[in-house]
Design a protein. Structure first.
Length: 337
């Protein structure tokens, strides 16, 4: 019984008779097409390890796995319980792994679809989503930062640029200084790759000047660049403690997506004394959903919003906007009665 669960094989195995003897360069492109984004590969690797451990514990074969094995696995995840989105990601990892190894995938079987329908009904379709903050909440968190320190300068730029650019945290940590182009009208950020742009075609985001310098994402990004003191390399990096308190030195090590999330939670969910505010539960994803929600509330067209977020459909705008408060966002309050 094979319990091998690998991250990504060096080359895909047979993906059909026509590709079973593919030249090395063809195999390389097949692999690139199946892998996806780096963050996705890492998440899938952890999911595959979980699946492998489950199969080893229960004496099951993970590769190729049969429908019954995968059904037992997702039922086990649902009983823990894991979120519906997490279970679906685990299934996607198993599906990709079978594709890469040249085996038929059990994930698309009708029997498994029926199991997933039952899990969906049980767990509920409404998944926990990152909440949206207001502009005033963001400004208040900026006011609390000590921008006489290196950390304060970095975190101010991170929060303002992340919000104004509707960035994903994976995009923020991937930014290099040379991706930034300052013009009279705006800061243009050239993205080489993103979650929805795996082909590597450059996409641009425009970040505009604000009236108040302390809340201006362009000026605050410039201030952080001056602190970095270089014109190449990663933009948002970890800090090395300095001899004087508050005067840490920027390193060349990129912040991790996890660290970006921790920084957003630190600044947006805590008061001046560092105490957690119970009703606040913002995350790095809130930077993006807040941009969308505020833009919708201010009457911006979906086309304008998509120019910044790079989302492909209007349905994604609806999904990301946090307008489900039946009292705050309801046409019934403006009937003129």
């Amino acid at each position: 019984m094979s319990t091998e669960i690998t991250r990504i094989p060096d080359e895909p195995q047979a993906l059909g008779s026509q590709l079973s003897t593919a030249a090395a360069n063809v195999a390389r492109y097949i692999k690139a097409g199946l892998e996806g984004a780096d963050n996705t590969v890492l998440a899938y690797s952890a999911d595959l390890k979980s699946f492998g451990d489950f199969c080893q514990l229960h004496g099951l074969n993970p590769l190729p796995a049969d429908v019954a094995t995968v059904a037992r696995y997702v039922a086990d995840l649902a009983d823990i319980p894991r979120k519906l989105s997490t279970i679906r990601r685990h299934l996607a990892a198993i599906h990709k792994h079978h594709q890469l190894r040249g085996y038929p995938s059990p994930v698309r079987a009708e029997e498994l679809a029926l199991v997933m329908e039952g899990i969906t009904r049980t767990l509920g379709k409404r998944q926990k989503q990152a909440p949206a903050f207001t502009v005033e909440e963001l400004k208040e968190s900026i006011r609390r930062l000590d921008v006489t320190t290196t950390a304060g300068l970095r975190d101010r730029a991170l929060l303002l640029l992340g919000f104004a650019g509707a960035f994903r945290r994976s995009e923020l940590v991937a930014l290099d200084v040379e991706h930034l182009e300052f013009t009279e009208r705006a800061l243009i950020v050239h993205l080489a790759k993103s979650k929805t742009n795996q082909a590597g075609e450059v996409e641009d985001k425009a970040v505009f000047y604000a009236a108040t310098a302390a809340f201006c994402p362009v000026r605050c990004t410039r201030a952080w660049l001056q602190q970095l003191g270089r014109d190449t390399g990663p933009l948002f990096v970890s800090l090395k403690r300095g001899k004087v308190k508050g005067q840490a030195m920027p390193t060349l090590k990129r912040l991790s997506p996890l660290r970006v999330n921790e920084l957003v939670q630190l600044h947006l969910n805590h008061d001046e004394e560092g105490h957690k505010i119970p009703e606040k539960n913002y995350s790095a994803h809130s930077l993006r959903v807040s941009f969308i929600t505020i833009s919708v509330l201010r009457g911006q067209s979906n086309r304008f919003i998509k120019n910044q977020t790079k989302q492909k459909t209007d349905a994604m705008i609806d999904r990301y906007s946090r307008l489900d408060d039946v009292v705050s966002f309801n046409a019934a309050q403006n009937l003129g009665l």
